[in-house]
Ligand binder design. Structure first.
Ligand code: FAD
Length: 353
């Protein structure tokens, strides 16, 4: 796997060694069919009972509830952790302390490293395994295990509802930019800090013990200028899920607001019998309620994110001038937005005269 100029990983085939067997195509989720929508899906909103865990989780703490069950039964957990401030990788956890490092969403593409091979080995050794990640990562894993004829009876897959993954290179530059600006190394980061309320989306970071919060990276992320190309065509942005259980934020659909929930709430989609069994086992540690999915259909469950018209210019300016400049031009309080607001105000004034 090699990074492209935006920092996204892509497979590179060594033509000298390739025997053209097509095995890579049979495991690549881009070429594989989606699993069929199961009839017996069940939908819940849920919150973990432990308030400390809830406040440190992104949504309602379902990942911890599920991974607790796996660890208590002697299993291993695979999930995304920060490596330093500027990289996200998937790691293996055997203890609650190692698992706690996976808590919270890191809004950049994680590097899976050797995760798929390690999971195959764990399953072959008879271990109970939980894998959690974006739906495309989950599907890739399932295809790989299928191709390698691995027995997946003891594998539990939890996929996240996903808006898309922004460029890891952009995030690296963001970290450098903030470190230069505030004169020190970032030693802790929260991508979406719940201390501002669950509905807000401030990133917070600590330098020399001092906390700084802003919406800079979030604004770039949410404006869809910096996602991986495949995210704009994501076939997983639907109710047809790849995990045994799917988790995300329990946002009510547009027009109905539940932003008064300050500490977070999970949407849980139980997709099959394996997921149902696990959900049954964690019920003692959560508060939950069955919901009608029609009320919780956020855009990510209906359609892929729409590419931003300015994306091409964004990457051109970024390549020429770097992060500081694109934040000035494309950020919410940046040049383009200011000009847009002035023009908009002028038009409204003219029209309303
Ligand atoms: C890139 C991204 C986009 C998302 N977009 C949406 C969205 O649009 N709507 C929505 O409802 N929910 C979204 N989520 C999911 C949501 O933010 C929570 O991660 C999810 O609800 C689990 O929260 P929790 O409280 O159960 O547990 P937490 O402890 O907060 O769960 C963390 C889980 O997220 C995984 N994770 C964290 N970062 C990454 C990463 N970079 N790549 C892969 N896995 C990761 C960890 O392995 C762990 O399983 C997104 C998550 C990510 C990572």
């Amino acid at each position: 796997m090699k990074s492209d100029e935006k920092g996204f990983l892509y497979p590179i085939i060594d033509e000298e060694k390739c025997i053209d067997c097509g095995a890579c195509r049979t495991v690549c989720q881009t070429y594989c069919d989606m699993p069929k929508l199961t009839n017996g899906q069940a939908y819940y909103k849920a919150v973990i009972r432990d308030e400390d865990i809830l406040l440190n989780s992104q949504s309602g703490g379902m990942f911890t509830a599920i991974s607790d069950y796996v660890l208590e039964n002697g299993g291993v957990v695979y999930g995304a952790v920060l490596q330093g401030a500027d990289k996200v990788i998937h790691k293996r956890a055997q203890s609650p302390e190692e698992r706690d490092m996976m808590r919270g969403s890191k809004y950049i593409q994680s590097d899976l490293c050797d995760t798929f091979v390690n999971i195959r080995d764990d399953l072959n050794n008879g271990s109970l395994v939980l894998f959690s990640g974006t739906p495309c990562q989950c599907d890739g894993l399932k295809n790989f295990l299928n191709k390698t004829k691995t027995d997946t009876t003891k594998l539990l897959v939890v996929d996240l509802i996903c808006h898309g993954v922004p460029s890891p290179l952009l995030w690296k530059d963001y970290v450098k930019h903030q470190e230069r600006k505030y004169g020190g190394k970032i030693d802790k980061i929260i991508f979406r800090d719940k201390s501002f309320g669950w509905a807000s989306h401030y990133e917070s970071f600590w330098i020399k013990g001092k906390k700084y919060s802003c919406e800079e990276f979030k604004n770039l992320y949410c404006s869809n200028v910096c996602l991986r190309e495949s995210c704009y065509m994501c076939k997983y942005s639907c109710l047809n899920r790849v995990g045994d259980v799917s988790i995300g934020d329990a946002w009510l659909k547009r027009g109905i607001h539940n932003h008064d929930i300050l500490k977070g709430e999970s949407l849980v989609i139980v997709n099959n019998a394996k997921g149902e069994k696990v959900f049954e086992m964690i019920k003692a540690s959560i508060n939950f309620q069955s919901v009608a999915i029609s009320e919780y259909l956020q855009p990510q469950l209906i359609t892929p994110p729409q590419s931003n018209d300015n994306a091409k210019q964004f990457w051109r300016v970024y390549r020429c001038f770097g992060y500081g400049y694109i934040n000035f031009i494309f950020g919410k309080s940046g040049f383009i937005n200011k000009v847009y607001k002035i023009i908009r105000r002028k038009i409204i004034n003219i029209v309303s005269k």
